[in-house]
Design a protein. Structure first.
Ligand code: F6P
Length: 490
């Protein structure tokens, strides 16, 4: 049943509570969170915290940080925080040792052990591509150290683009795959080797490094032991950019930059682990998420980065949130009540204002919106660029909330549309690390609310099986699929 305050508009909530901005804003590690333009109230926050306690948040969070088998369906731990130094002591030690191995190989590459390397061709997909891609696009634009391409799609057009840009004699091929069995990645790796061989590279295998939790498979595939950078099986694919999967970022930003990324994430880990729930940003954000998804039936959440360097954040978050929490069954086997994770989508501001914001302001779907922006610009052009960018970002949040009455209904805005804002002091490895870790922990808290395991992804398997069956030709398909296969000559 809805309590009274659930009916109140954002404007009413602001009018009643002068301290609203204070208690619904706060800073951690160079990030400023403002959730005051959401419908969170003190009552709703208290209820959310009580539900989380009843759902054993404290125990589940402790389990996450102490290496318990929190990934229950697969019977293993989820130790991405150990990669940044926050976790069970032995796992932290192991992660450090593997990071040192990566650092050593990077230094050797820089010293010329693989010949002259100017280009890094990283092949991987899903969690083995989205994180590195985000990091390179956000932080590596001016690094100039290496030209890096992250190729994920099995569509040859993706590889072809990288081949056109790169000199095969100066290219390092990084094969990123936790399992080292993902068909798209393995085919892309084979094609990249063939491209090198055709160009006369004498030992293409000598230009390969492997980033994987399955070193034996990489070795069997032909990667020399000294160029395999393993990471732990307990690090999930979509949580793996902190491990050797982050190799392209480590080589592009330099080791100090990679360590800052880890340290920023570790600061957020400590915030999540140690801060009281009513001042804990992953928890507060998840309480708002659940309010919109469950109480108000919002089926999507939109994220708009008012910063060109963060344009890949929405795609990164799509995997993190939808692959983690897009589940219909709880850990106890019962059905999830209400909606699972909302559909995460978004774009970059101000571009999106001229494309999809019409629906946000006047459409019949109401959804929570998230704005991100950086106080410091990422360029030296005229200040007007950045002040317009930030002004637009803040104007959108204000307009969505305030709305505007007009005698012509087509020109009126209903308002009361919620948004949250994350303002970064500046975009650097530390703040980006903290930001990504914030989203990881918020996803975890949402999973606790839903009673699900965020660390498996069985939902992706059936499609893979069917794709294999199409290749082997040993499955009887439905009439529509058969007709499509025949038409395409498969
Ligand atoms: O198909 C989904 C998935 O298993 C993701 O969870 C993972 O990030 C991606 O495929 C790639 O897997 P791998 O790193 O093993 O190649």
């Amino acid at each position: 049943m809805r309590s009274m305050d659930q009916q109140q508009t954002l404007i009413e909530l602001f009018a009643q509570d002068e301290g609203r901005v204070d208690w619904l804003s706060g800073g951690v590690s160079g990030l400023w969170f403002d959730w005051s333009k959401t419908h969170l109230t003190k009552e709703r926050v208290e209820q959310g915290i009580a539900r989380l306690h009843a759902s054993s948040l404290t125990e589940r969070r402790n389990g996450l940080f102490t290496g318990e088998a929190v990934n229950l369906t697969e019977g293993r731990a989820a130790e991405h925080t150990a990669e940044r130094g926050e976790g069970e002591a032995e796992s932290v030690q192991r992660a450090k040792a593997l990071h040192n191995r990566m650092r050593g190989l990077i230094e050797a590459i820089e010293a010329g052990i693989m010949g002259e390397i100017r280009h890094v061709l990283h092949v991987g997909i899903g969690g083995s591509a989205l994180g590195p891609d985000l990091l390179i696009d956000a932080l590596g634009r001016d690094s100039g150290r290496y030209d890096i391409a992250i190729v994920s799609n099995v569509d040859g057009a993706a590889l072809k683009e990288a081949f056109a840009r790169f000199d095969p004699n100066k290219t390092l091929l990084a094969i990123a795959s936790k399992t080292f069995t993902t068909t798209e990645t393995m085919l892309n790796a084979e094609s990249a080797l063939a491209w090198m061989a055709e160009a006369g590279v004498s030992d293409p295998h000598g230009r390969v490094i492997a980033l994987t939790a399955n070193p034996q498979k990489a070795f069997d595939w032909g990667v020399d032991d000294t160029r395999i950078l393993p990471f732990s099986e307990t690090v999930g694919g979509r949580y793996s950019l902190w491990s050797s999967i982050g190799f392209p970022a480590a080589i592009a930003l330099g080791w100090a930059g990679f360590e800052e990324l880890l340290e920023g994430a570790a600061e957020m880990d400590r915030h999540f682990r140690l801060t009281d729930a009513d001042k804990n940003w992953p928890i507060l954000a998840a309480i708002a998420d659940q309010h919109y998804a469950q109480d108000r039936g919002c089926q999507t959440r939109a994220v708009f980065a008012y910063d060109e360097r963060l344009r890949l954040l929405p795609s990164y978050l799509q995997q993190l949130e939808m692959e983690s929490n897009g589940k219909g069954v709880k850990v106890d086997g019962s059905r999830v009540d209400g909606h699972s994770a909302p559909i995460t989508w978004g774009g970059v501001g101000t571009d999106a204002q001229h494309a999809v914001f019409q629906l946000l302001h006047q459409g019949t779907h109401v959804m929570p919106i998230e704005f991100l922006a950086c106080i410091e610009p990422g360029h030296e052009l005229d200040d007007a660029h950045h002040s317009q960018l930030l002004g637009n970002c803040f104007a959108q949040g204000a307009a969505l909330m305030a709305g505007k009455a007009h005698q012509d209904p087509a020109r009126s805005y209903p308002g009361d549309r919620p948004s949250a804002t994350i303002l970064l002091d500046r975009l650097d490895p530390r703040t980006l690390g903290a930001l990504i870790a914030f989203y990881e922990h918020r996803t975890f808290v949402n999973a606790v609310f839903l009673g699900i395991n965020p660390f498996d992804q069985f939902g992706v398997e059936l499609g893979k099986e069917m794709a294999k069956a199409i290749e082997s030709g040993d499955m009887e398909f439905d009439a529509s699929t058969k007709a499509l296969l025949a038409r395409a000559g498969l």
